[in-house]
Ligand binder design. Sequence first.
Ligand code: FNR
Length: 434
Amino acid sequence: MSARQHSIGGLNSVRHILQRANARPFRGGSKIAPSGDKTTKQSRRIFTAEDARMLARRRLPRLVFDFVDGAAGREIAAAKNISAFDEIELQPRVMQDVSSRNLRTTFLGSEYDCPVGIAPMGMCDLIWHGADRMLARASNRFNAPLCLSSAASCLIEDMLSWTEGRAWFQLYVGQSMDHTLDMVERAKTAGYETLVLTVDVPQVSRRVRDLRNGFEMPFRIGPRQFLDFAAHPKWSLTTLVNGAPSAKNFPTDRGNSGFDRGASRAGADWAFLNRLRDLWPGRLVIKGVTSVADAKRIQSCGADAIYVSNHGGRQLDSAPAAIKLLPAIRTALGPDYPLIFDSGIRSGEDVVKALAFGADFVMLGRPLLFAIGAEGERGLNSLFSIFTEEISLTLAQLGLTRPGEISRDVLINPPASLTEKSTQLHITKSIKRA
Ligand code: FNR
């Protein structure tokens, strides 16, 4: 057994110890929770991701809503991420026995209830006090991985414990290399198995809504922000009582003012990837990849998985919809290489489409924060359940019973890269999944 395999084995045991120590009476979304548990109540107003977005828009200060909803430049890439899914059509199939369906999925060595997880998002507690805890409980309840952002509003160590070992850690190479390496060390010591290096933010892009709203961390409260907060007293009082959230894993001592949102994160270069591969004994995932050439080079550097994403359109406004780039990357990397996808997922049908385009696993971003902004934990539970239910119902319409049965055959007009060049790859992948 290699040193690396040894180390992953060690991390697995940490995870199992944590899971046993924190064993809860229910998990996985489908089991009945004790009545009166506020964390399992369902919303009566959220039936789609857009419902959550509209409710959040009313309940949150504009500056906070725009921080989540906004994107780079004219927000064309963000809009394209969503409209590209609308253009993808699925072929219904009939007269199959689909009465019993199972969404369980094994990915990166762990078994999850469904092929979806929670994308890394910084400063979640800004949306509502306690959002990080709510996401952690959703990760447990739905047995889904949660990727903790470097810029999280909770501690690296706390999240792994709250999620009973399910969390992954997302790394930015930020203002200080020492601090970056310190976060890697903390994640390793805490027992994280999966490290996700984000590489598509060499520099934070111009997000025009944030600039217009005067969004800064920590908050600068001028007359404009004051009026915005005053118009949303519930959010403002909750935030006031609990203290403004901050990026908790950035030091504020020794004259350091903590997280510098505008600092260059370009230290995540090829040399750093090689260094990190040597340093990190667990699974290493590279996030923010949309080019075939980059993907092939990352694969050859020994990364365990690639996370195809255009950061929800928050970086390059002229970028194509991320989903359009996924099939070519799948073809280039072969049928077995683990691929994660996010950017523009707004329904269970979108999840199925991403899987048909070549993803093995899909991450949910903005909709989960909107659900929290709309109705707190109740909203989050509802929306997560809705995604799960929609995936299951979509499988039924397609004549399938498991995510592993999804292939390009469910697509009407599959993209050329999934057909012409990769027929053989596809057949191999379908056989492997069956
Ligand atoms: C993000 N995203 C992100 N990604 C990352 O690697 N580290 C981070 O800290 C953050 N922070 C962050 C904050 C907020 C408020 C948002 C909305 C997004 C990007 C995120 O992981 C994911 O790629 C996108 O959210 C996917 O797009 P959709 O599906 O949300 O549109």
